[in-house]
Ligand binder design. Sequence first.
Ligand SMILES: Cc1ncc(COP(=O)(O)O)c(C=O)c1O
Length: 316
Amino acid sequence: MPLLEAATEWYGQRYGLQLDPACEALTLIGAQEGLGHALMAVADVGDAILMTSVAYPSYFGAVQVAGLVPVYMPLGPDFLPLLDALPEADLARAKVMLLNYPNNPTSAVATTAFFQRAVDLCRQHGILLIHDNPYVDLVFGDEPSPSPLCLPGGRDCVLELFSFAKSFHLGGFRLGFALGNRHAISSLEALKAPLDFNQYKGIMRMGVTCLKLPHEVARRDALVWQRRAAAMVAALKEAGYEASMPVAGMYLWLKLPDGVDDVSFCQRLVAQSGVALSPGQGFGPGGRGYVRVALVQPEEVLATCAAKIIAAMGQA
Ligand SMILES: Cc1ncc(COP(=O)(O)O)c(C=O)c1O
């Protein structure tokens, strides 16, 4: 299939690993669809899944629909799981480890060394590492975002999900692809076979065209997110809030003053000023007391929003 040939070629050019489009790649109707079905395809009801307590909201629903038991990995200050602190018992019972870097909502990024440790642990314990990677192109530096699939042992235990939503602004067209472990791909393919007929061919052709675009196109867009993040961070700092500059992504993850409820804060902020933020607990139990800023406005608008957010924190 041309989309899968283009996807494996794209991955090979970027990460130096040539995958087989016939059995190590699969078209998805978006990464979200892929994850929901992958969990059902590779795990059984009652199996444990290692995940983070702050995550893209659909993960929690997908885990529930698949009947899996979430086991939250402790997070370090950089929002990466402390892999070496995972109890043996959790590693022994887990069927899947779910990661997402660059991360939604924290914009945290993972290093190659972190992914290598995750791959080694998963291989050792017979765990499938699912890396949801829709923000792969939204890194601000020149180096490509690390991918666990191309690391030694990755092909044995990694399923990586990619999307056209962020890199190519095609969220509504519902297109993505999975790459990785052939057993996971074939289980997902078998589960999807009676459920969908793939995405419409015209949309898949558009995907092929996107994957063949020069990398500078996505790079140019990443720099827009970087400029917006810098403008917002500068405006927050000017208003007296110590925000740190992310190195990827389209979000800022802000800690509210101690004791402030994130849902009430967001409700009051939008009612008083029209600035809409996402309350942290929408991203799981670990998000309590935080808010997510989506940098989906021009720099000058973001700067005015920063002042309103900080004023509301002062009233909280
Ligand atoms: C972490 C993460 N995964 C998946 C998605 C959805 O991707 P898609 O539109 O390809 O289903 C998003 C969109 O916000 C996301 O942040």
